[in-house]
Design a binder for this molecule. Sequence first.
Ligand SMILES: NCc1[nH]cc(CCC(=O)O)c1CC(=O)O
Length: 310
Amino acid sequence: MSTAGRGPLRLGTRKSLMAMTQSRLVADALSQRTGHAVELVGVTTEGDVSKALLAQIGGTGVFVNGLRDKLLSGEVDFAVHSLKDLPTAPADGIALAATPPRDDPRDALCGPAKLADLPRGARVGTGSPRRVAQLRALRPDLDVVPIRGNADTRLRKVTDGELDAVVLAFAGLKRIGRLEAVAEVFEPDQMLPAPGQGSLALECRSDRAELRALLGTVDDPATRAAVTAERTVLAVLEAGCSAPVGTYAAEVEEKLHLTATVAAYDGTRQVRLSASGHPERAEELGRELANRLLAQGADQLMGERDIEPR
Ligand SMILES: NCc1[nH]cc(CCC(=O)O)c1CC(=O)O
């Protein structure tokens, strides 16, 4: 195929502004490292076509599967995903070839005021149970409103006056050039991000060894250790992207520090634990922390649900 200099590498990407921007970033980094030209190939996935489908199956993997099909059929050579959108279960025939250096993993409040300055009962929109639970823990008086749609659509609900604020991933806002909307960035001690948030994932067919090595030139081992620990927590909890699970891992002085929370939707209870260890033990660290969360009632908290995103 095109791995050894015969024509550009074909990068399959969703066509949204966020996806195109992050794909272009990866394409540029890869060209710089390897000298290979990279061509973006826009792919329409089921998740882009059908909102009904997205609601029905909860979003897990719909964006990802369409791109994986193109990898397996050989229509594209590799794909770039937001890592937090990747299901934790490995996919047959697909390899996670690289996790580039992570962008800012934090969540951001977008609107006219910081969280503490929003009026009592202010309407704050988010589609994520993880954000719902942690927002309610911080400000039980808020009216947390479930919303869907891309970042632009969500931000418009604030400018239209339908909502007082929305919570979105800082990295995504940066990629679409909307950081001016940010009123406050939440530190992990206030709100733990989604596992893998702010990170990208490069996938290709697992049988293409040469291509995997080439893509591996943009891999960042510290990012990989961190997101491995975070995603293992999610996998062991058997929770998906729609679970009230927040995690954050980072390497400090060659040690990996991991914090994870499982929170009740009503914000009244939260289990939150931390652990640290050698980055090579990222997976074990995640597994051990998840088991400790379960021992403290995490499964019961995850089973509770009081709002459905619309
Ligand atoms: N769920 C959609 C999604 N997938 C990745 C990002 C943001 C970028 C990232 O986390 O890497 C977003 C939007 C958001 O949560 O605000």
